[in-house]
Ligand binder design. Structure first.
Ligand code: NAP
Length: 251
């Protein structure tokens, strides 16, 4: 995979997809940095991998820059920037406040902007880099009750496509992964909301979410991590500006 010694920064690295990515990148010899708001889960992920963990809120530019500065001191310039942190609170559109909408854009879209722009100079300095976002099928199609999340994830796909064009001759590629429902803590939160609002059992709620995937199953975090590894590898050097669905054919 040619990731040996490369510095990969993963936001939201303390759980779910981000934790799987940290392990996958470390297994390929990358130097891993994991960022998120809660330090404890980050340290639990990073410690066995010999990685670096720093608390950072991706919605806050200064916080991201400070975390990257600390990470550079340990792992050197950033070569792979995986914008994975996200949150998907659900509400009917009519009940969403302006603050709800801004919060969805903040973590899911502005968080990607903050990480990628903070890492750009490192990649330009080396003439090589990989910007990867974990978007969602919600970046390619609509779902009810998550208007802010869908708007943000569509924005991530747009940002990816635009930046890929802008950086095309720089040795840096920019891509988004668009998974359907993945078995992670974020999905558990959605399941809890469905069971609370509908009285449905947990099992039926999971079945309902899985039914949207023609393969009738949830995506596993490892599948998303493996896709990120491939996008980060030299083998994917010509893949640029893609929004790659991992959805069993849902889209
Ligand atoms: P998860 O386990 O809840 O992970 C989300 C991570 O983001 C957490 O570690 C969280 O850590 C971090 N985070 C949240 N807000 C943050 C902030 N403001 N600043 C820094 N970190 C923040 O859920 P996941 O499913 O692995 O989600 C990873 C990505 O996959 C997200 O972008 C999500 O939208 C996307 N995705 C998920 C699914 C799914 O069904 N699970 C489907 C498609 C796409 P802290 O709380 O400690 O900050």
């Amino acid at each position: 995979m040619s990731l040996k010694g490369k510095h990969a920064v993963i936001t939201g690295g303390g759980s779910g997809v981000g934790a799987a990515m940290a392990a996958a990148f470390a297994a390929q010899g990358a130097k891993v940095t994991v960022l998120g708001r809660r330090l404890e889960p980050l340290q639990e992920v990073a410690a066995p991998l010999g990685g670096f963990a720093a608390s950072s809120d991706v919605t806050n530019r200064a916080s991201v820059e400070a975390a990257l500065d600390a990470a550079r001191d340990v792992n050197g310039p950033v070569q792979v920037a995986v914008a994975n942190a996200g949150a998907a609170p659900s509400k009917p559109f009519a009940k969403m406040s302006s603050a709800d909408f801004s919060a969805a854009l903040g973590v899911n879209l502005e968080g990607v902007f903050n990480l990628w722009q903070s890492a750009l100079a490192d990649m330009q300095g080396q003439g090589w880099g990989r910007m990867i976002a974990v978007a969602s099928t919600a970046g390619l199609k609509g779902y009810p009750y998550v208007a802010g999340y869908c708007a943000a994830k569509h924005g991530v796909v747009g940002l990816t496509r635009a930046l890929a064009q802008e950086l095309a001759k720089s040795g840096i590629t920019v891509n988004a992964i668009c998974p359907g429902f993945i078995e992670t803590p974020l999905l558990e939160a959605s399941v809890r909301t469905i069971t609370a609002k509908t009285g449905m059992s947990r099992e039926d709620a999971v079945k309902r979410l899985s039914a949207g995937n023609p393969q009738g199953r949830l995506i596993q975090p490892q599948e998303v991590a493996d896709t990120a590894l491939w996008l980060a590898s030299d083998a994917a050097g010509s893949v640029n500006g893609s929004a790659l669905p991992l959805s069993g054919g849902e889209i």
